[in-house]
Design a protein around this ligand. Sequence first.
Ligand SMILES: NC(=O)C1=CN([C@@H]2O[C@H](COP(=O)(O)OP(=O)(O)OC[C@H]3O[C@@H](n4cnc5c(N)ncnc54)[C@H](OP(=O)(O)O)[C@@H]3O)[C@@H](O)[C@H]2O)C=CC1
Ligand SMILES: CC(C)(CO)C(=O)C(=O)O
Length: 306
Amino acid sequence: MRILVVGAGATGGYFGGRLLQAGQDVTFLVRPKRAAELASTGLVIKSPHGELTLRNPPTVQATGLKQTFDLVLLSCKAFDLEGAITSFAPAAGPRTATLPLLNGMRHLEMLDATFDRERVLGGLCSLAVTLNEKREVVHLAPMQSLRFGERNGGTSERVRVIAEAFAGASCGAQASETIIQDMWEKWVFLATLAGTTCMMRASIGQIVAAPGGHDFILAVLAEVAALASAAGHAPREDFLSSASAMLTAKGSPLTASMFRDIEAGARVEADHIIGDLITRAEAAKLPIPKLRTIYTHLKAYENQRE
Ligand SMILES: NC(=O)C1=CN([C@@H]2O[C@H](COP(=O)(O)OP(=O)(O)OC[C@H]3O[C@@H](n4cnc5c(N)ncnc54)[C@H](OP(=O)(O)O)[C@@H]3O)[C@@H](O)[C@H]2O)C=CC1
Ligand SMILES: CC(C)(CO)C(=O)C(=O)O
């Protein structure tokens, strides 16, 4: 199976690197700066699951994309999606499956508009990864999971083939027969985690230890969960109880990748992760006072960066 990983940042570098390590036919679609970095230092992964340096990982730049691939693993940030779609479109033939790893949901509609719905799978990843100052991929905690599946549910031959390609990569990848529900639940968790830790500039444990912190987190969770329910994807009971526990755990160092981006002064996916929820709340006429404050805060941060 020929796999094109779009982006060799934190998530793309991690999962693409694990696939390469397992002997899969992987090429990274990168921009010039990242191409030069990878050519000079290789792709370096530092992880509790094992460190890895891949010298000269196969890369291609948009102008050099001449052939189609079987699978596109899409790992850009939401604000780069339009440009990324234009770049990888020549690699997506009629039988190419695109598997996005982005948080949120709105990217599915954007991908459908270019590639048609049946060529776009559902997907998500759960792990904490970042690029350090040496541009190495640093995996911050043992948790790792990547899920993918048919958006109409059930399974298919192409999903089975993708699962086979991931089988030797030991990166927690697994097919799902309920991927859209899984993506909604991930969004509920992430929006609560990113919204609260970014606004408070603190980890879950530090927020919980502050007066009103525990209740604030649960109130945000309730707002996002109500939106998922209004969209027909009410979070499942077991998800809600484990999410509530993780999001209110005393002493927890947990933060979101968006929090790490803010700490680094980097751009954030405010519109994709929180703004899209506000749009949906307005359509459903649901009150979301906490999410509105979080969104104002993130947009003010973005204004400050300009
Ligand atoms: N980091 C994490 O722990 C997690 C992140 N996510 C989600 O995964 C998604 C990706 O995040 P993450 O991996 O952290 O982001 P990064 O910023 O680390 O990586 C994104 C990469 O995409 C590349 N890119 C963007 N546009 C293009 C293009 N047109 N052609 C080629 N490469 C391109 C960027 O390249 P360049 O270097 O040139 O800018 C960058 O290397 C986000 O939606 C995030 O919310 C989900 C779970 C965990
Ligand atoms: C939920 C979490 C923390 C793990 O995947 C995440 O998606 C992120 O930090 O962006």
